[in-house]
Design a protein around this ligand. Structure first.
Ligand SMILES: Cc1cc2nc3c(=O)[nH]c(=O)nc-3n(C[C@H](O)[C@H](O)[C@H](O)COP(=O)(O)OP(=O)(O)OC[C@H]3O[C@@H](n4cnc5c(N)ncnc54)[C@H](O)[C@@H]3O)c2cc1C
Length: 459
């Protein structure tokens, strides 16, 4: 490092004139995300810019003093991606939180990176529009973080993931330059898809300081089906039959027996504790079309072997049924330390993946609750183990890696939406071939030759 801590802080507070936090009591809250099992370093400071110019000045200062930068949104990530490294500047975009434009004629919004997903959704709804990507963290995660992780969500089975809505980005590069990438038009193929390169780059290539996002006309409030199954295979069959029949529900979520029981222990919602699986399926077509779609879903669930199928008569009842899905992770997390995995397989392989997870739980003698986006083949097997117990943590990590490798064997991927971060950095090697690894390294070092951004993460 090229200057003392005091010199760097003085420059940031003086010449750059940006808010700098170096109080160790507050700094702790900026040093890690929600992946409890992943270590975090001690940052020199958290820096809270309010404009792109300030971000440029911070990047330029960090480069001059050889201080790494860890970009940060809300810190809700689950892969250690926003975890500090020793001596770094955590650049938190939380104060760049303005929705700059909602264009209801050309169906796009322009936002700063610290805008909370729910605030963008509300701004779009006020114009009769929808920003579809809805991670379960939508009430607290930021658009910058969503773009940097290419976040998915509950309605992605119908509407796609964050990538499908990013038209353009403004990005501060490692030399402090500002690149304006992409477009506001529906179509556009000028040059390489550099916007796409930054989507999912997890803070390793630059800092996103603005995003132009596609919007769609608002949808009706959805109706929900809750279908219980006596065996996991039958739930997998129902998902396959719904997909094959061309029915296009807006949500297809699965909760296994361990997850159902964790929710019942906590919330007593009256879920069937004996069921092997619960599918929560929604239609947002509105009016008679939604009722028709619900009928088609109910019939496929019954023919696949559901033991009990309920469906909500109105949107309020629907919200109550869907609450079970929102409780899934916190319910498991209450039962001990929860190590959340995130793998995706071709949809037809979901039953095989679920069967393998059961075997992995037995082999490592750990409890695994599985829930997630069955309609996209993306699930979150969550390993629950006693807190502060080293031996159990080792078993949990071994089960975690086995699940990831199983997903790869089934033709899937090591992460469907949470990203690589630190948690899966070593496992990424198993997914990429030699040429892809070379491409990753080459792109990263071309854009950031001195390794300023988020060192040690992803690649
Ligand atoms: C209860 C809960 C539910 C969740 N549900 C989902 C879900 O359904 N789907 C899903 O995909 N994820 C989910 N997540 C994970 C997490 O919310 C997402 O990964 C989210 O996109 C992270 O946003 P953030 O603002 O918190 O980013 P952070 O955690 O702060 O950062 C995430 C990554 O993005 C980088 N980054 C952040 N901002 C910028 C920026 N402006 N420029 C460059 N890089 C940046 C960071 O360096 C880091 O690598 C959930 C998390 C929790 C706790």
């Amino acid at each position: 490092m090229l200057g003392s801590d005091a010199e760097v802080l003085a420059e940031l507070r003086g010449r750059v004139s940006v808010t700098v936090i170096d109080d160790p009591d507050i700094l702790g809250t900026y040093s890690r995300d929600q992946a409890a099992v992943i270590p975090a370093g001690r940052p020199l400071a958290a820096v809270l810019p309010t404009t792109t110019d300030e971000v440029c000045a911070v990047v330029e200062t960090a480069g001059r003093y050889g201080r790494p930068i860890v970009p940060r949104g809300a810190g809700s990530g689950l892969s250690g991606g926003a975890n500090a490294v020793d001596g770094c500047l955590v650049v938190s975009l939380e104060r760049m939180n303005r929705v700059l434009e909602v264009n209801s004629q050309d169906l796009y919004a322009v936002v700063e990176p610290g805008v909370i997903n729910a605030d963008l959704r509300a701004a779009a709804a006020a114009e009769g529009l929808l920003y579809p990507p809805d991670p379960a963290s939508y009430e607290f995660s930021t658009i910058g973080g969503n773009v940097a992780t290419n976040a998915g969500g509950l309605c992605c089975v119908k509407y796609g993931v964050t990538r499908d809505y990013v038209l353009g980005l403004e990005v501060v590069l490692a030399g402090g330059e500002v690149a304006r990438l992409g477009r506001r038009t529906v179509k556009g193929v000028a040059g390489y898809d550099l916007t796409g390169l930054f989507v999912g780059s997890e803070g390793t290539l630059g800092i996103i300081t603005q995003a132009t996002l596609r919007l769609v006309p608002a949808r009706e409030r959805p109706l929900t089906v809750a279908a219980f199954f006596p065996e996991l295979k039958a739930a997998g069959r129902a998902v396959a039959e719904i997909t094959a029949a061309g029915i296009g529900p807006s949500v297809v979520e699965l909760l296994d027996q361990t997850t159902i029981n964790a929710i019942e222990d906590w919330k007593r919602m009256g879920l069937d504790r004996d069921a092997a699986a619960l599918l929560l399926i929604q239609s947002d077509l509105g009016g008679e079309a939604a009722k028709e779609e619900v009928r088609a879903v109910v019939s496929r669930c019954e023919s696949a072997g559901a033991s009990f199928v309920a469906h909500a008569g109105d949107p309020e009842e629907s919200d109550e049924l869907m609450a079970a899905r929102r409780f899934a992770f916190p319910a498991l997390d209450r039962q001990g330390e929860a190590l959340l995995d995130d793998v995706a397989v071709p949809r037809s392989q979901i039953p095989a993946l679920l069967a393998a997870i059961e075997k992995i739980a037995g082999r490592h003698d750990v409890v695994i609750g599985t829930f997630g986006h069955a309609g996209e083949g993306n699930v979150h097997p969550t390993i629950v183990y006693p807190r502060n117990d080293r031996a159990s943590e080792a078993s949990a990590l071994a089960a975690f890696a086995d699940i990831v490798l199983t997903a790869l064997e089934l033709g899937g991927t090591i992460t469907g939406e949470h990203g690589v971060g630190l948690l899966k950095r070593d496992l990424l090697q198993a997914e990429l071939d030699d040429a892809s690894r070379w491409l990753h390294r080459t792109i990263r070092s071309a854009l950031d030759p001195s390794g300023l951004f988020n060192p040690d993460k992803v690649v």
